[in-house]
Ligand binder design. Sequence first.
Ligand code: ZN
Length: 150
Amino acid sequence: MQNGNLKQGTHYAAYDSGTPLEWMDHTLEIQGLGEIRGKQFLKDILQFTGCEISVNSLPSGASMPVYHQHQENEEIYIFIQGQGQMQIDEEIIDVKEGSVIRIAPNGVRTWRNNGNQPLLYIIVQMRENSLRQYSIGDGIVLDKAVTWPN
Ligand code: ZN
């Protein structure tokens, strides 16, 4: 975990994960898969309470070595650069920057980078059917004029 660039206040935690092109420098240990490069989970760093989010970089030509499913969490994959393919229940879906894919827990998934630049993406994981209020429905607009110190 890299805590050097974490800032915390009473009601927030702010972290700099590096530029997306630096995401490949992140490493983590996954049981059974060994050391993984290009993936960083953010929940423990920023203390999320309702989801897990990871920032990811997969090199050109690389593919995930396994299929996986989830027990109770759905996943949202948000692609921000590159070109790749997701395979979900043996169906192939082309992805590129701007592609957003939601996969139900039982979906059997894997993916690869078949483009010529790093595939950069963010994965959000949260319990299926857990959301109660959302979008602007959960917001409260305050009766307070906006000011900035300078
Ligand atoms: Zn997953």
